[in-house]
Design a protein around this ligand. Sequence first.
Ligand code: ITT
Length: 195
Amino acid sequence: MKVILATHNPGKIREFSQMAEPCGIELLPMPDDLDPEETGSTFLENALIKAHAAAKVTNMPAVADDSGLEIEALSGRPGIRSARYCEGTDKDRREKILEEMAGVPEGKRQAAFVCAMALCLPDGTVLKTTEERWHGSIGFVSRGENGFGYDPIFELDGRNQTSAMITNEEKNTLSHRGQAWRKMVDFIGSPEMKF
Ligand code: ITT
């Protein structure tokens, strides 16, 4: 089965591709010039905007995720604004978070990665949505080279490691995106799925 993957984020593309291959799902890139404005007020609304736009333009089923980091001590920020929390690079955004969290003690640094995923058809049908969370906490420094985005500051519960210090395979097993993807794949393989 061929599905458009509606993202331009290379980190997401890598993770989705690794997860899709063993499922027999071929993910195709979305057109380079398609960049729908994320005007939603929730992760799910933004995932739907991206999946609808890609399905319509390509005339194929499309899957999108909208994801981000919610930090309790920052009242849920950066949340749906994770990709654009401040100007600059992922490193700049990690540093901004570490600065904002500087006075927050161990034990009060809980956070979760959130991933909403949507699978849509060109006629606007929403085939399936999923939303999953990965709980952890914010470290005091950046650690690790793997992953992308906020991974180097996301400390795993019960382990002395960030999500940038584990393998891609392990991240996909544990992560918000991996969990949301597996629910999507269960649906694609189910009798409800017909298009
Ligand atoms: P697309 O809209 O093209 O998919 P994007 O990067 O703009 O790409 P989002 O709007 O969903 O995607 O923003 C997600 C941001 O949240 C992403 O840029 C990272 O900063 C962060 N993020 C999401 N999942 C992450 C993960 O698994 N590891 C680290 N950071 C993550």
